[in-house]
Write a protein that binds this ligand. Structure first.
Ligand code: GLU
Length: 282
């Protein structure tokens, strides 16, 4: 059965870009007769706040999404990430690294040969130069990612498990069959596919959505303070706006309640109507 997910990082309130990802993931799942899970990627404690996690969950509810309970909140159980890192160390793929970020920029890291013991202040990295640079996107077709790093952080020197590791571990244990997310994560996809392979698992399908950019100003994100979507729009207005940005036919959906828009929009959801490039807005 189809299983999708929406996996926001609670480092700010829900904005237009994240709503677009949520909409894409949710519609795809509804259309396939499957489910779409919600996961809060809050491992980067310094960037995340409990109040944002609460507001994202509340805003999604107001916007008519019905995600299955319980919601996976990454920070509540670190064991699965620790186990995956253990597995990768045992198989010789991951290694303890004592280099600072600066040192890595200046000369290649040779820690893999040193078999250093783990201690706080040291990172755990994965050798990933053997990762393939190509993958197939369900919407965009074959994608080539030109630059792949030699190694990928699994656990940072401050003890925080990395996004790539946690994302793969969770998509795997949650049984996700298709990952729908923004195109800003395209560069991570080959690395994640490689991680699945090393963990002896089959990677899900991937579908990347266009990014929303401010005219003349780059990607909208929580970092550049894209406005919280519900501070600017009524819930139904916000939903119609993202459906239009996704190129979807919204005729007859005006005046429909948020919870009822989604199933109706899913019935007519047309993947081919979504732009193949970033979407510029004023
Ligand atoms: N947590 C990531 C973000 O908010 C998304 C990760 C993903 O969908 O794989 O940008």
């Amino acid at each position: 059965m189809y299983c999708g997910r929406f996996a926001p990082t609670p480092s700010g309130r829900l904005h237009l870009g994240s709503l677009l990802s949520a909409a894409g993931a949710y519609l795809r799942a509804l259309q396939a007769g499957g489910r779409c899970l919600l996961r809060l990627e809050d491992l980067d404690r310094p960037r995340c706040k409990a109040e944002y996690a609460g507001s994202i969950i509340a805003d999604l509810k107001t916007l008519g999404f019905a995600f299955p309970e319980p919601v996976l909140i990454q920070s509540t159980d670190l064991d699965p990430y620790a186990q995956a890192v253990e597995t990768l160390i045992h198989s010789g793929q991951a290694f303890v690294c004592a280099c600072s970020r600066r040192a890595i920029r200046e000369h290649p890291c040779t820690c893999r040969e040193l078999h250093l013991p783990y201690k706080r202040g040291r990172a755990i990295r994965l050798q990933c130069s053997a990762a393939l640079r190509d993958f197939t996107d369900e919407r965009l077709g074959r994608i080539h990612v030109p630059l792949i790093p030699d190694s990928l952080i699994l656990k940072r020197s401050d003890g925080i498990y990395s996004y790539n590791l946690a994302c793969v571990v969770d998509d795997l244990r949650q049984g996700v069959t298709e990952v729908v997310r923004g195109s800003d994560l395209i560069a991570s996809t080959p690395l994640q596919i490689y991680l699945y392979e090393l963990l002896g698992a089959k990677a899900p399908r991937f579908l990347h959505l266009p990014l929303i950019t401010a005219r003349g100003g780059g990607k909208l994100s929580k970092q550049n303070h894209a406005a919280p979507i519900l501070s600017r729009y009524q819930p139904s207005e916000a939903i119609l706006l993202v459906l239009k940005l996704l190129g979807q036919d919204t005729r007859g959906l005006e005046g429909v309640t948020p919870a009822e828009i989604w199933p109706q929009a899913a019935q007519r959801f047309d993947l081919n109507a979504i732009a193949r490039h970033d979407i510029e807005i004023d």
